[in-house]
Write a protein that binds this ligand. Structure first.
Ligand code: COI
Length: 370
């Protein structure tokens, strides 16, 4: 089938804004570039009306299925500015794969891989002036799929809107790369096997907000979820996967259907294995983590995520007892991973694993023409 064309409707010159590049003012998820991508799906027409147009509010029917029954999935990826002004994308293929899996899990119409990749590349090119340059900053890209048909009976949508936002971001946590404090959640659980845990769907985040609020009121950046059955095994943090260094070995919970298959998680596993570390993807009980913290065998903990990158964990609190990790400082592995990934994503070190794609401005016409 011929790829559908992507139309480009540029913003009027007088409405164009000066791109924000000062990282100290960026924060995360507050600022958006001038344009966004959108395409429609209906069971009669298939995918149509793919276009990049000035960012504007959406018109949506109050009976839209996504608003009532939660058919809403998303992705998060970043475009980076290289030393010579190039634009780079990191592991776009993994985002396509996860977005497709999330769509299937929520019984939604998957976005064809070629439409997804062309949309992202074209948007990165049209918004390239918005890619910030400071260390720790990037252009965050948020592909989203929602069911839009107006119907209050419970069924899957037959009409969908696929849209992609872009906006310059600094570090996800206000602490930047400095260690965050995490509260082990003992009341709510995030996911059960066979549920939605491995899908990147809005429901998973709505569900975590109550625990996140309780944690924030006590001064914690996020919660660490435990498994839903035994309430013992570590799963993930609200916005990132989690890693521990115990006795010099790296441990992270396995992908067993309840946790998000993080792209940074996967990258950290591949890099640390290539660096010769002993790495385990295995169930790890919270007691094992806390005992190791008490005895000094837990030397480092960090979270991984596209938004969070590598976020060292300086403190874990469980049932009122605080466990400080590595004296509350970032550990050497977190620092090495953060530095290596940041330089890789900016095209500054050899890309031996073929993860980094240079998005060439000369391709803009090709992406737009389809
Ligand atoms: C990401 O890391 O891209 C995420 O989607 C996490 C969060 C901001 C929802």
């Amino acid at each position: 089938m011929r790829p559908i064309p992507i139309e480009f409707c540029p913003i009027r010159p007088e409405r164009r804004r000066a791109p924000l590049t000062d990282t100290s003012a960026l924060g995360f998820g507050r600022h958006f570039s001038d344009h966004f991508f959108r395409a429609d799906f209906s069971s009669e027409r298939g995918w149509s009306h793919a276009r990049i147009e000035p960012l504007r509010t959406l018109q949506i029917d109050p009976a839209a299925i996504c608003l009532h029954y939660g058919q809403a999935i998303f992705e998060g990826l970043k475009a980076y500015r290289g030393p010579n002004g190039e634009s780079f994308l990191f592991r776009l293929d993994k985002s396509v794969e996860r977005f497709t899996n999330s769509a299937r899990r929520l019984n939604m119409e998957p976005v064809p891989a070629e439409l997804f990749t062309r949309a992202i590349r074209a948007l990165v090119l049209s918004e390239r002036d918005w890619i910030p340059t400071c260390p720790g900053s990037a252009l965050y890209i948020r592909p989203t799929l929602i069911a839009t048909d107006p119907y209050l009976g419970v069924r899957a949508g037959s009409e969908y809107l696929f849209f992609v936002l872009a906006g310059p971001v600094g570090p996800y946590y206000p602490q930047g790369f400095n260690p965050v404090s995490i509260l082990v959640e003992t009341e709510d659980v995030r996911a059960v096997r066979g549920g939605l845990g491995e899908a990147k769907t809005a429901a998973n985040y709505a569900h975590g907000l109550r625990a996140q609020r309780r944690a924030a009121l006590q001064g914690f950046a996020q919660v660490l979820w435990l498994d839903a059955i035994e309430r013992r095994f570590v799963e993930e943090v609200g916005t990132m996967n989690i890693f521990f260094v115990i006795d010099g070995e790296l441990i992270t919970p396995p992908l067993n259907g309840t946790i998000l298959p993080g792209i940074t998680r996967d990258s950290v596993l591949a890099l640390t294995r290539a660096w010769g570390l002993t790495v385990h993807e295995r169930p790890i009980a919270i007691d094992e983590v806390l005992d190791a913290a008490q005895s000094g065998r837990l030397t480092e903990a960090f979270g991984t995520g596209t938004a969070a990158v590598i976020s060292p964990v300086g403190k874990l609190s469980h049932r009122g007892v605080e466990h400080v990790i590595n004296g509350g400082q970032s550990g050497p592995l977190s620092l090495r991973l953060f530095d290596h990934l940041s330089r890789l994503q900016r095209g500054e070190v050899a890309d031996e694993l073929g993860w980094v794609e240079r998005v060439d401005t000369r391709d803009f016409k090709a992406e737009i023409a389809g």
